[in-house]
Design a protein around this ligand. Sequence first.
Ligand code: ZN
Length: 305
Amino acid sequence: MTASDIIVLDNGGTSIRIGHIRQGIFSEAFETLKSTRLCVDDAREELLRIINDYTVRHTLNLQAAVLGIPAVLDRRNDVIEHCNNIPQLEGKGLKQFLTDNLGCLVLFEQDIMLQLLGEWQAGAGRGKSSVFGVYFGTGIGAAYLLNGDPENPLVQDIQAGHIPIMSEGKLCKCGNRDCIEAYACGHTLTELAATTGCPIERLFEYKEQPAWKAVLHEELEKFILYQAYMLATVSTMFTPELIVIGGGVTAMSGYPQGKLIAKTVEHLQKPYPASTLTFAWASLGKQAPLYGALALLNLEASRSH
Ligand SMILES: [Zn+2]
C-alpha cells in the first residue's frame, strides 16, 4: 500500500495536539499532550517517540509529518530559534533528524501560521491574498499570510503580541515590559480571576452582573480595548484585506466579539483602512492545522514540479 497518511502535530507552546489525515479523511478526535513533555534533554528523541507511538496506535502509513512549532524557523538551514516555551527544540538539524528516522516527508511551520494557512485553505480566509491572523490565547500569536506563501521572508516572525502599549512597567513573558500581551492575553485573565475570585470561564458572563460588576467591568473593558488597539495597530501598519481573529479567549462564553470589532474600527483611520478592512472569526477550530498541513503539502508539491 502506498504511504498516503499525514500526521499533524500542532505544538502551541502549552500543549501539543496531534491529529491525522488518513487517505484524505480527517481525524475527528485529537490527542493532547503537555508541551512540557518536550522540555527534556533528549527532546528530539522524545518527539520521535511521540510521533512513532501515535503512528503505530492509529496504524498510519506516513506520507508526511507536519509540525507546527512555536518558534522562529530558519528553513533553509534547518534551524529553530526563539522556541521560548520549549528551548530544548532550538538548534540545528531537527527536520533532518525526523526525516531520517521517520522515512517520510517532514514539514515545519510556525504554529500560528499553520492555523492561518488552514483558514486560508478552507476557512475564514479562503481565497484572500492578504490575511493577518491574530490569536488571543494563553499568549497572543500573530501571522501574516501574503498570496498564500508562508515562507515570504518579508513577513516572517511578526511578533505583534509584543508591541509596547502601556507605561505601567508590567513584565511580559518575553522579558520586555509593557507589551500588549502582558495586558490582553489569557495570562491577564488568569490573574484577574485569581484576584477577584471569579471563575475564569465566567469572567465575561459575570462582567455586568451586580455582584461582580465593581471588580470586573472596568478591567475587562480595558482588556477588550487593548485587544482592539492591537488589531487597529496591525491593520494600520499592514493594511491587510482581512483580519482573522481566533484563539481561546475570544471563544470564551460571553466574550463581546462585536465590541472588539467596533472598538477596532473606531480607532482606524477613515476612510482607509476603515472601509477596506474586513474581519472574520477563525472558523475551523481544532481542524485548522490539518487544513494548514494540506496547504503546506500542496505548496511543497507545486515547488517540486
Ligand atoms: Zn513581550
